[in-house]
Structures are given as structure tokens and as C-alpha cells.
Design a binder for this molecule. Sequence first.
Ligand code: GLN
Length: 287
Amino acid sequence: MTLHQLLNEGVVLLGRAGDPEASQDARRLLLEAFGLDTVHFLMRRMEVLEDTEAVKRASEDYRRMIGKRCRRIPIQHILGTQDFMGLTFQVNRHVLIPRQDTETLVELILEEQKDRTKRVLDLCTGSGCIAVSLAALGGYEDVTAADLSEEALKTAGANAARILGEGRIRLRQGDLFEALEPGDAYDILASNPPYIPTEVIKGLEPEVRDHEPLLALDGAGDGLEFYRRIASQARLWLRPKAAVYLEIGHDQAGAVCALLREAGFGGVRVIKDLPGKDRVVRGELSD
Ligand code: GLN
């Protein structure tokens, strides 16, 4: 048996199970099981594997992980991590897996907001990927991450501690602004709230529909519920000249821009993600 044969075996099984990324996933799981990097895999893939306990264990691990992936468990849940903005985040079934789309939001804030003393609030933080990467890469001194889910906050806290060190960001539990305390006021509000219309969720890929938290996806009837609540309440928690950055679904730009304008925000603008879809809406207060 060679690594090449093991890989092919996995690709076939994943392909049959409908995994759209069968080759890529099988290779990633093989590297994980055998503790190899790509270069060593490529060098050794045609060698006949030794008959040792370690090889036997690695092969079993690999086949077990392939079995999970055949059940359409997200590869990030099997590996336990997802990279975001060059940082590695722990993930589990309590948090949305960080998406590349959301890097557009973080990059925009880093580009527009150079003052490290600005106070940052991330609502619906989930894994903490937005709050933690803003603290790590933007150096903002005062960052608060809030979520309704206790389990999500635990995950965000663990990610913050590992990436930034203990106590570097503030964690608050509660439903949107209810997580905050009287007197709190921020300069930058970021959020990737749940925005999928309830009816659309059942048509999503099984990885998302069956394994990611509904709480992080479901934006109610038209998917806009959280933007309505955020837009109408934000001003009470923002300092003069504060800016708001919201991740949106590709067809929600018009509606979310209108909500921000109605709530008195100016400089409202839509930013596209790398594939060219509307992905972020930003706006700011004049005073
Ligand atoms: N972008 C995610 C998806 O497509 C949804 C994220 C969200 O609802 N905030 O599954």
C-alpha cells in the first residue's frame, strides 16, 4: 500500500458521497493522519508504506476521517480548525466556520481605521474571528466581542486566549446590544449576523444545513431581521463619527443600505468580495 493508493481510495469514497472537493479534502485528511506536509507527501507518495504500528494507526485515522467526511461533516469540524486572516481559529458545531467572504469585512476595517485607540465592538462574534483578527492585525486596544450563545463565546474566548493572550479582548453574552452595559460606547461596530432567510436554509449544502449552528445562519423571514435591529439601535451605543461594517448576503445590499440611511448613517457604501459579489455595507455617523 502507498500513500497514493490511500489517497485514491479516499477520493473515490468522497466523490461517491457527493463531496464537491473530494480530491482536496482526501489529501488534507491524509496529510493530517500521517503528519505530513505537502512536500513530504509528494516525495513519498509512491513508496510502499512500512508495516509498522504507526502506519497502521495513521491509516485507520485517515479512513475514520474519510468516513466522517462521507457523512458530509465539514472538514473544519473533523480537523477542528479553520484559518482566517492568516490566523488559525478553533471551530466546532456551536460557531459558524469562518469564511473567506468575511475577510473582506476585516480588511476594509483595517484599511479605513488606522487609529488603534478606537473602541471596537463585534456583534454575533461566533468563533471570534472578526474581533480577534482586528485585535491581532489592527492592534486595536479595546475590543469587545458579543454573542447570544454561551458556547460560541467560550469558543471565541479560547481563540482569543490562544491567539492574543488571556484578557486581551472583552467577551459579553447577550442578544445583540443587550450584551452591553450602560455607558458602553464604540467607534467601530462590526458584525456578520445571521442573514439567510429561513426558507432558504433547507436548500443549503448538507455541511452547512446539518452541521453549522442555525442560530448563526437564520436571519428570519427575509433574512434582514438582524440588520433592522442593528440599524435601529446602533446609534445609542456609538460615539460621534463612529462607523458600522456589516457583512451581507449577495442580494441584500440595497435593503441594508436603506436601513442604515434611514437610521441616519452617511457615507453608506457597498464593498464586493473577491468573487465580485456584494459582501459588506459600511456607513458612518457624522456626529
Ligand atoms: N456566509 C454564510 C453562508 O453562506 C452565512 C453567514 C451568515 O448568515 N452570517 O453560509
